[in-house]
Design a protein around this ligand. Sequence first.
Ligand code: FAD
Length: 470
Amino acid sequence: STRIMWFRQDLRVGDNPALRAAAMAGKVIPLFIQEDEDAGDLALGGASKVWLHHALCSLNQSLDGHLLVRAGPALPILEELIEATNAEGVYWNRCYEPWRMARDTEIKAVLKARGTHCESHNGNLLWEPWEVNKKDGTPYHVYTKFYRRGCLEAHAPRSPLPKPEELTFACEKQEASAIDELKLLPRRDWGETIGKSWEISEDGAHKRLSDFLEEGLHGYKDDRNYPRKPNVSRLSPYLHFGQISPHQVWAAVHHHDIDRDADHFLSELGWREFSYNLLYNNPDLPSTNLQKKFDAFPWREDQTALKAWKKGLTGFPVVDAGMRELWQTGYMHNRLRMVVGSFLVKNLMLDWRLGERHFWNCLFDADLANNSAGWQWIAGCGADAAPYFRIFNPILQGEKFDPDGTYTRHYVPELAHMPDKFLFRPWEAPELVLKEAGVTLGETYPKPIVDVKASRERALEAFKSLSEGT
Ligand code: FAD
């Protein structure tokens, strides 16, 4: 019999519970649907589309060229395919964006009513969001308790599954150009530039993981904060698109001693689970402050400042380095996400949702749960968030976490010859130093667009003006 395997955020063959189940039940039609029409405002951003294009090409190769691709609303596409192929079942791994959950529930109901078997599996999370609640049945708001008590004490994550032993297809090989017709790649050469440093495939994900386990895990807890060090895994886009599963990562780490570094790394996977839990329990997390008192926050409107931030032209070298890393590589180191985020919402006092949207468009790992939880955390309005008054100082952050300036000089080459002493505060450099470094502020590199101290005071005043209620 024929089964449709509907790939979504699980673009892999290994540890894919839905694919295994479909393959065991019969011949498989592997299908991917470009779902922007169902997603509406949450359609994929530009960088995600670039990643998706390459991920689909790679998945298609793993499936010996049999991947069917379609674009449009999922339900009629599935109905048509079932009609045309007499497929008896549709299999998928669950996704957790609120629009997808609602849509999948509807699809399940419609297909079941017409007699088609529907089966969903967990391929993307270590703990299902509805599984982890406090004893009284309400969701956790504090991360440590969520992770240590709610997750770890409940059960260990399941072991990863092997690839299907046998995979036979119920469809012909597809035209190689079908994926190109989804038109996921941008016309500009930006797509090529940002994709350069990544191997966007299931194998690439596993290589990244083993390189990280060899070179990055040892020292992770402390050195994960330094953007030039090799101590972060850069697995986030692979995890988002499911080219590797969190179960595979979890199991691979467990082949090592669980020392403080490994424990800390696993706890970051725990933050991913926490974000998904928050999104599940707060479907409007991407658009609405979790702490209601922030609804009255007097955000400023300033298109010029927003543009300078997006382009990495704020005049604060470490902020500009982070924003340019994002634009040039589709990734930004976590420390920088916090620094540029704090700069946007606190020093510039611009609404976190503007930052969230920009990240959504530019990040390879753009993920509705992690991105909105990350922005709410940095803005201070989320669950277990950084307190609002914790304002990152963009000068000191640079000096502390990029002490020899390698990261900043790489992304802000205009300042390549600035001595360390003034690299993060070029406006304080004497004329002679600027001249020797070939820097003319306001010409070769911008003057700072805000005063750090005054903007910090302004943000704190605004915060104080909020009523204390939640
Ligand atoms: P590692 O340090 O190697 O961590 C391993 C994995 O753990 C990551 O791949 C990720 O899946 C998970 N993880 C790590 N830190 C976090 C975290 N703080 N929250 C949730 N999961 C985490 N992450 C995304 O995947 N997509 C996003 O769109 C996203 N937007 C963010 C926006 C802001 C403002 C902030 C502050 C953080 C955001 N993060 C996001 C979280 C975090 O910055 C990235 O997951 C991390 O930098 C990815 O790099 P890595 O894989 O090298 O991380």
